[in-house]
Write a protein that binds this ligand. Structure first.
Ligand SMILES: [Zn+2]
Length: 718
């Protein structure tokens, strides 16, 4: 049988990273309406690891028929049989497809509850005693729920499910630590104002070991602490019924008011169990590939920037949350406009629309850990859609809300000044002259000296790159920048004797969830004439390297080696960039485009001096990664009002906006946008266009690009 290579890759992830099957271990493969080829791929992958696979096939229509006439005695013995089998298993892998999400719509809820009550010991054993992983299977019905074509949905599904979950770990750990040290949580958004405590509860990281897709950290409110109101914001499907506009009001932890499109049915569910009116889970989602709701809880609760709040877990003492979930559990996710957590003065966290970053964590970690069962009962789900926010009122909030990119950023020039100060506060004073808004660098060499004098004392190891990158990227997340291209100075590898690929790893591994990072190697125009020659020849084969950039003193001639190297790097499928048209005229921009073959010119501002070069750039779809404030501070232009960015955009050149070297300019992405508005008269629609331009060149999946562009359109009211 021919097996789709994506099936094999997924099967390898499930038997490897997720369940780590070992030799002689027994694994039950539970397949619900999935293709035989996928089951076969799992059987083969399990065998390849020396494990013993067992298979059970389910069909939804048959399960419905069985449930319609479910009898107590029948399911008591079925439960015993399945429990006996589960006890033999070391691991469990379930794939759940659904051709009709409403297949169980006409099964009376009394029968559904009977079945789930009697089969619960099987689930409990599996959750507590086996290495298990559960995932959805993509079907046309799921694509339909997500308003996507079947093929686009399948592409999305395999991208999300075969994500390198190990990369999520550092950011996830930081968030979990922060949640563990947090006391008060306050969530606000349209129709939502919710306050509760998570003090002493602990937090659990979910990074692909059990559920796929994954990407959330969950905790649980102290039972009686929840006060306020939450307005969920999408249609939800629960036990075969559809709900819209679920709104819950809490007093002393209990849901005292519940309304939705089916208020009566919702209240029946909340009354089905003694614990169903209390909340059993509070979680924050951050899967970087899940940005729009699929109307499937296993996906939606992982949406980057969403939270979910799940009623229905019965237990007496929240601080020792060990009892299993009630059968009435359901959950919904909601993307808040703002969410803040406070624990005295020791920790805080914040979430914007669509991204989330733990900003600081200095509190102690309570010893009590949340030990609640991780799985939510199947078929008991409500879902929600992130809000379509009304256009923000203030300009600052509009700029903040725009999903932005940064595509021209030097790692060394981005060193957070506060990090440098930790090395020697006397040597690096609080407010140095060169970081003041009014300061202008007299010459490029003077600027370069300032940069190197401050950056090189810090960048002495791969660990220092990692540490700086974490702080830099956290700043991006705070500003709602979701895609970054950054270059490191290849010559540093020579000074500190660390290979380039190690530095690339150090930077990439600092990327928090919700931020895509691409790393470029930047080098001087005479780099080949020295010890870097071997490294430069090896660049096309460097894994993790997104591309190359020529930078530094622009007056140097572009040497012949660079044409050959740039060609080889491009042939290896990487992106080539070149600094040009900053300190020298339009001829260098032409050279970069025509001879080096780049489609990404860094700066390029002085192309404006030659209309033919502007047309060339526009015709070939070249992007100018502009840094307006850098140009002002380096006297490339006298002020922002005379910056050519608007003229370049009107001439059809794709212009993006970035910060270049914030260490030297004390600027930020949002600051650049605000300065364009304040000093160059940029309208909201022009700012939105700048953000769109960034996404148009970002190396992201088409679905993500479309989602970001749609988000910008909504914000700009277009
Ligand atoms: Zn630059």
């Amino acid at each position: 049988m021919i097996i789709d290579p994506r099936f094999t890759q997924l099967a390898q992830g499930l038997t490897g990273f997720s369940t780590r099957l070992g030799k002689g271990e027994r694994v039950l493969v539970d397949a619900f309406d999935v293709p035989d080829a996928m089951v076969i791929a799992l059987v083969r992958a399990a065998r390849a690891r020396g494990a013993l696979p067992y298979v059970q096939i389910h069909r939804a229509r048959i399960s419905r028929e069985m449930a319609l006439g479910a009898e107590e005695a029948q399911y008591v013995s079925l439960s015993e049989i399945e429990l006996a089998r589960m006890r033999q298993m070391d691991a469990y892998i379930a794939l759940r497809g659904s051709e009709n999400i409403f297949e169980a719509a006409d099964v009376p809820s009394s029968r559904v509850q009977l079945v789930s009550r009697l089969m619960k010991p099987v689930i409990d054993h599996r959750v507590n005693k086996t290495k298990w992983v559960v995932l959805r299977w993509p079907t046309p019905a799921m694509a339909q729920q997500a308003s996507m074509s079947t093929e686009a949905f399948e592409d999305f599904y395999f991208r999300v499910c075969t994500l390198d979950y190990a990369r999520m770990k550092p950011g996830m750990k930081a968030l979990a630590e922060l949640m563990r040290s947090t006391d008060r949580v306050h969530v606000t958004g349209p129709g939502t104002d919710l306050r509760f405590s998570i003090k002493g509860i602990g937090a659990k990281e979910c990074g692909g070991q059990y559920n796929i897709p994954d990407g959330e950290v969950f905790s649980c409110p102290v039972r009686d602490s929840v006060e306020g109101v939450v307005q969920y914001n999408a249609p939800s499907v629960y036990l075969g019924s559809s709900f819209d506009n679920i709104r819950l009001v809490f007093r002393k932890g209990r849901i005292v008011e519940a309304s939705s499109s089916s208020t009566r049915r919702l209240n029946e569910i909340l009354d089905s169990d003694a614990g169903a009116r209390y909340v059993g889970e509070f979680a924050l989602g951050f899967n970087p590939h899940i940005l729009e709701p699929m109307r499937d809880i296993l996906f939606d609760e992982k949406i980057a920037g969403s939270f979910h709040f799940t009623p229905g877990q019965a237990y007496g003492n929240a601080a020792t949350a060990t009892s299993p979930r009630s059968t009435g559990t359901w959950s919904a996710s909601s993307a808040p406009n703002t969410a803040e957590g406070r624990s005295g003065s020791t920790a805080s966290w914040s979430a914007g629309t669509g991204c989330l970053s733990p900003s600081r964590s200095t509190g102690s970690i309570p010893t009590t850990c949340l030990r609640a069962a991780r799985e939510r009962p199947r078929g008991t789900q409500a879902r929600s859609r992130p809000m379509n926010p009304a256009p923000p009122r203030s300009l600052d909030s509009f700029i903040q809300a725009l999903p932005k990119t940064e595509t021209h950023l030097h790692m060394e020039g981005a060193l957070p000044y506060e990090l440098l100060r930790t090395l020697d506060p006397d040597l690096y004073p609080d407010d140095p002259e060169f970081r003041r808004e009014t300061y202008r660098y007299p010459t490029f060499p003077n600027f370069e000296q300032t940069l190197l004098r401050h950056a090189l004392p810090w960048y002495t190891s791969a660990e220092r790159y990692h540490e700086a990158a974490r702080v830099i990227f956290a700043g991006h997340v705070r500003e709602n920048v979701r895609y970054v291209e950054t270059s490191f100075h290849l010559h540093v590898t020579e000074f500190i004797h660390v290979p380039g690929p190690v530095i690339i790893d150090a930077i990439l591994s600092a990327a928090p969830p919700g931020l895509e990072v691409r790393v470029f190697a930047g080098m001087l125009r005479n780099a080949y004439d020295g010890p870097l020659r071997a490294a430069i020849d090896a660049l096309p084969g460097w894994e993790g390297l997104a591309g190359v950039d020529l930078h530094g003193f622009e007056e140097m001639p572009t040497e012949p080696w660079s044409f050959r190297v740039w060609e080889r790097v491009a042939a290896a499928g990487k992106v080539t960039k070149c600094h040009a048209g900053e300190f020298t005229g339009p001829a260098r921009v032409r050279e970069a485009i025509q001879q080096l073959g780049v489609r990404r010119v860094q700066h390029g501002v002085r192309a404006i001096e030659d209309p033919a070069v502007v047309s060339l750039a526009a015709d070939l779809g070249v992007t100018f990664d502009l840094c307006p404030l850098s140009n002002v501070r380096l006297r490339v232009v006298p002020d922002l009002a005379s910056h050519p960015i608007r003229r370049l955009m009107l001439a059809g050149v794709n212009c993006t906006v970035s910060t270049d070297d914030p260490l030297c300019f004390a600027n930020s992405v949002n600051g650049e946008y605000a300065a364009l508005a304040g000093q160059a008269g940029f309208t909201r629609s022009e700012l939105a266009q700048v953000a769109r331009n960034g996404w148009s060149v970002a190396d992201v999946a088409e679905s993500e690009r479309r989602a970001r562009l749609a988000e910008i359109d909504r914000l700009a009211g277009t």
